[in-house]
Design a protein around this ligand. Structure first.
Ligand code: GDP
Length: 696
């Protein structure tokens, strides 16, 4: 769906070029040849740019366009005087469009603020602010946008204290799921204890679902409003007057998929191990996922009602994996439970609260809400609905929100029992509706002041997401981080065909020496590479390395989608050698030269000292503008340079193909002669990869 630029320009009383300039100033890409733009963007531009008598100044301000020429001149004049050694700033009078007020003590401002607005809010004279800015080497006019830190620097000497109001979050943080950046804005003085968010993990059939069901049925009264049964992917229970939030999607898959998106919502992980079966492959996997995410584990040894249950045996097995039971002097709380009889479940809840206390979980209910999508789907009645978890702040019904590339006004906000709520604070799971599209799990919700702001933020996110489709693979990222000295731990998920080879490789990997980067095997196991391995690597920004194992087609697809590399080896030496090379930065990108084409000089039109214009015939390939060239005479290189302009006939050309004549303007270190051969080439950086014996 697109809108014609010519139509839109007409409505806005602009030329198409002017319109394109405005769009670019708003931060969106629009090519010189573009004829249409996204409907959403068009609508937004209509809102923003529609000519209005009074709105004009505002609109221009949004794009930072107004330059009050008179004031600008004043500033330049002063700057000149200042450089001439006179501090004329304080003495001269500047037009004062702002009514003077007594300076305020504490002033709340956004991340970025114009000088004019800062003066208005703080009561400090514009001239004084501009003068201070100049002293700090910033030449500003009244509409100049300055950041919060600069504003603090300028105003603190004048006794004005600034406090940041949280504006729309940084789009890059939103796209990267960087929740921490948003939560950092919590006011420590306003922060209060919040309920823990718990997820349940463990091997299949060990009773995860049953434990979740038991806790819910024993503690939650289902009161689905209006008879509409809405699935909500999380619920809250109360224990000893305190709340606990449970994510109702058992298994580490959901947990890790969210983490791969960058979201970190879980505070405590319950590792369920059946007392009759003990530690199984997925138990270890779940354990590694939680450990890698830095989430504390509480073990629920389940099915103790079964005759063959053996709690001590399970504890012994867990101890082998570094989970030492607390009653054996270790640090991990292990609670024997039965989801069948309910035995031990109360104690489990108490232990969760105890563990949460040690984590000192806090949030600021007074700020606007930040949340994370746990699950979302399209509902036949409500349209896109999402289960979200409020990470901090308070979310209210009718708030304008942006969630990833979706936005909307929250017309429905329900708690886990299906009851409509007006407001909800930190750690509350909520079902929300009123969104423009279905968000994805892990997307971050943020509250915006107006629907327009929400829409713009969503549009920004979607633009960045589209542009980010071609983001680098994990390997490219790792190589460049190692080469830039930015990586100190290479995280590896290791899969091998036998226990023997797995241990041998793990031991050898531990011995690889590099001054700067350590290898950490965050998960290892026997068997083929699984989706869970890939997701864990994606979430940890690591690599999957396999030895004599397969990668099923579905897993390959997941790896491609998550841009995560899987490297399979068949020879241990090769595996270790490659990892060593990777760690020691020996896999620097290869610079590869690619010949673009050759042309023969037919005529010399103009000769300057380092510049020439020559007429050529393209013999092979093509000549391109702005490429490097080498000049051959009698098959020997006699000089080199660059094509700085290319012509075909009378026209400027980007490239001229084989068989055609062209005019080349060249800069370089040799005077060309008729009969010389011009070889045009370009250089490309090829990332070296870990060579693998799997050549598919
Ligand atoms: P999940 O795959 O980990 O979610 O496991 P489920 O919750 O689906 O449980 C698997 C099977 O174990 C089901 O048949 C449950 O009824 C049974 N089960 C779960 N917990 C207990 C328990 O505490 N005692 C007994 N006897 N059976 C249980």
């Amino acid at each position: 769906m697109a809108t014609k630029l010519t139509d839109l320009a007409k409505q806005l009383e602009l030329s198409t070029k002017e319109l394109k300039d405005k769009i670019r100033k708003l931060g969106f890409d629009v090519g010189p040849k573009a004829k249409t733009i996204d409907n959403d963007l068009a609508e937004l531009l209509l809102d923003e740019l529609k000519p209005e008598e009074e709105g004009e100044a505002d609109t221009a301000e949004i794009y930072g366009e107004i330059v009050d020429e008179q004031i600008q001149r004043e500033i330049v004049k002063k700057q000149r005087k200042r450089t001439a050694g006179k501090d004329a700033v304080k003495k001269e009078k500047v037009d004062e469009p702002v009514e003077e007020k007594a300076p305020q003590d504490v002033v709340e401002i956004a991340d970025v603020i114009s000088v004019k607005e800062l003066a208005e809010k703080s009561g400090v004279k514009i001239a004084k602010i501009i003068g201070e800015l100049m002293k700090n080497g910033i030449l500003a006019n009244i509409n100049q946008q300055i950041d919060f830190e600069t504003a603090v620097l300028i105003l603190e000497d004048m006794g004005v204290k600034l406090k940041k109001i949280r504006g729309a979050a940084n789009v890059e943080d939103i796209v990267a799921g960087n929740l921490e950046a948003l939560l950092k804005e919590d006011d420590p003085e306003e922060s209060v204890k919040r309920p823990p968010v718990v997820c349940v993990m463990g091997h299949v059939d060990h009773g995860k679902t049953k434990i979740l069901d038991y806790i819910r049925s024993a503690n939650v009264i289902d009161t689905e409003a209006g008879g509409i049964t809405q699935h909500i992917a999380a619920y809250q229970v109360e224990k000893n007057g305190r709340k606990i939030t449970f994510l109702d999607t058992p298994g580490h898959e959901a947990f890790t998929a969210m983490r791969a998106r960058g979201a970190k919502v879980t505070d405590v992980a319950i590792l369920v191990v059946a007392a009759d079966e003990g530690v199984k492959p997925q138990t270890i996997e779940a354990m590694d996922h939680a450990k890698e995410a830095g989430v504390p584990i509480v073990v629920a040894i389940n099915k103790i009602d079964k005759p063959n249950a053996n709690v001590d045996k399970v504890k012994g097995e867990l101890a082998q994996y570094d989970l030492q039971p607390d009653d054996w002097g270790g640090k991990t709380v292990m609670v024997p439970v039965s989801a069948h009889t309910g035995e031990g479940i109360d104690q489990l809840l108490e232990m969760i609260l105890l563990t949460a206390d040690m984590e000192d979980l806090k949030a600021d209910p007074k700020r606007e809400a930040v949340g994370t999508v746990i699950e979302a789907h399209l509902d036949t009645n409500f349209g896109p609905v999402a289960t979200i978890l409020v990470n901090t702040g308070t979310l209210s019904a009718m708030d304008n929100v942006c969630i990833g590339s979706a936005y909307g006004r929250l017309k429905v906000v329900r708690d886990h029992t299906g009851k409509n709520v007006k407001q909800a604070g930190p750690s509350t799971p909520l079902l929300i509706a009123g969104l423009s599209e279905t968000p994805i799990a892990g997307d971050i919700l943020q509250v915006c002041k107006t629907e327009k702001e929400a829409r713009l933020q969503a549009l920004n996110v979607s633009t960045i997401r589209k542009a980010g489709k071609g983001r680098a693979s994990s390997m490219d990222r790792i190589i460049s981080q190692i080469n830039a000295g930015e990586l100190n731990t290479l995280k590896i998920i290791l899969k091998a065909d036998t226990k023997g080879s797995l241990e041998a490789i793990r031991d050898s990997l531990a011995k690889i020496k590099s001054d700067t980067v350590a290898v950490k095997v965050i998960h290892s196991g026997v068997g083929n590479v699984t989706e869970s391995d890939v997701m864990m690597a994606a979430a940890s920004r690591g690599l999957v390395i396999g030895f004599h194992v397969d990668v099923p087609a579905q897993v390959k697809r997941t790896a491609q989608r998550e841009k995560t590399d899987i490297v399979i080896y068949k020879i241990i030496y090769e595996l270790l050698d490659n990892i060593t090379k990777l760690l020691t930065g020996m896999l620097e990108p290869e610079i590869v030269e690619v010949v673009v084409g050759r042309a023969e000089v037919k005529q010399v039109f103009l000769t300057k000292k380092k510049e020439m214009i020559v007429g050529c015939k393209v013999k092979s390939g093509k000549m391109s503008n702005r490429v490097k060239i080498r000049v051959f005479r009698d098959e020997k290189v006699v000089g080199e340079g660059e094509i700085i302009s290319l012509q075909k006939g009378q026209e400027i050309a980007k490239e001229v193909m084989e068989g055609n004549d062209c005019g080349i303007k060249y800069q370089g270190n040799v005077q060309m002669q008729e009969g010389d051969i011009v070889e045009a080439y370009k250089t490309e950086e090829h990332e070296r990869t870990l060579s693998s014996t799997d050549d598919e």
